[in-house]
Ligand binder design. Structure first.
Ligand code: SF4
Length: 309
């Protein structure tokens, strides 16, 4: 159902991006105990990672291990979790986990079946447990990962990730790689920094060329196919006064560093008619596209490479 090349491209680009853009968090360090991992996942539920990062050590200082936690009452837990919000919900969940820990004499789930029977079986915690503790390939699927996957592969409304079987299946396919942990973190970091819920940075996004949301967005904005649209919309004011109005303006580069210069050298693109100095460069226009836009002529130059990912 999903294009294999789209999946490959997604993984490759995100793993590459992650190398220099990853966020540092205490729960991403190597050598964490199972206890520390489970606590971090409970704190991370429906809470920004940056907020949890400020608070994670406070919790671990008070309750550094299972032995210290099993003596905590539900009131103690609500109190310490209060600054993070959702404290009643989290305290209740932790309390259930503690009860199970006591009943099973500290024996934690050893496989997926045991995990599904336990109080750790909510979607996000269960996937995190599979990934970090059982060392299986599992997606850290939350609303943020869901947003990136859905936008890139198949833009649609998703209401509740826990009930969206299609999204769950897609996330399992996408993260099914050797460096699964890194890819999971990469998607989450990308969701937080680039593909944000409001105003995603599509213009500079490394996935934009294959992203369905980006294509759909452009099409919706124009109401036409993108190939008919101008790629540049530079306004050239040919009425302004100059000391020597007959001297042509020489434009070296408007967009050096982002691909525009290469585009300018090649020509053969559509611009606003006011972008062309018709008095000095009438031959640059090869076609009038409509009342506002013209096509500029192609040059003998060809962009061999502009950007490599
Ligand atoms: S192009 Fe935009 S919507 Fe698509 S993945 Fe990038 S930031 Fe997200």
């Amino acid at each position: 159902m999903y294009n294999k090349n789209d999946i490959k491209y997604f993984r490759k680009q995100l793993l590459y991006w992650f190398k220099s853009n990853q966020r540092e968090f205490p729960w991403r360090k190597k050598g964490l105990s199972n206890y520390e991992i489970i606590i971090s996942e409970i704190l991370l539920q429906r809470t920004k990672a940056e907020t949890v990062a400020k608070y994670y050590h406070v919790f671990l200082e008070k309750y550094p291990d299972w032995q210290s936690l099993i003596n905590a009452t539900i009131d103690d837990l609500e109190k310490i979790l209060k600054p993070l919000g959702l404290n009643k919900h989290r305290a209740k969940r932790l309390n259930k986990i503690i009860e199970e820990y006591k009943q099973k004499n500290g024996l934690m789930p050893r496989n997926k079946n045991e995990l599904q029977e336990s109080n750790l079986s909510t979607l996000y915690i269960s996937n995190a447990y599979e990934l970090f503790i059982l060392n299986k390939r599992a997606p850290l699927l939350d609303v943020n990962m869901a947003r990136v996957l859905s936008r890139y592969f198949n833009p649609k409304e998703f209401k509740d990730v826990r009930n969206d079987k299609e999204l769950q299946a897609l996330s399992r396919i996408v993260i099914n790689v050797k460096n699964c942990k890194e890819l999971n973190w990469a998607i989450l970091d990308f969701a937080a920094l680039i593909c944000k819920s409001q105003k995603p940075s599509c213009i500079t996004c490394i996935l934009s060329s294959r992203c369905k949301f980006n294509k759909q967005d452009k099409k919706n904005a124009s109401g036409t196919d993108q190939t008919d649209e101008p790629q540049l919309n530079i306004f050239y004011d040919d009425k302004r006064t100059m000391d020597n109005p007959d001297k042509p303006l020489k434009l070296l580069s408007l967009f050096s560093g982002c691909g525009g210069m290469d585009l300018g050298f090649e020509g053969d693109f559509i611009v606003h008619k006011n972008s062309i100095n018709k008095k000095h460069n009438p031959a640059f226009i090869v076609k009038t596209v409509n009342k506002n836009y013209v096509k500029v002529k192609a040059t003998k130059f060809q962009t061999v490479f502009a950007k490599i990912f």
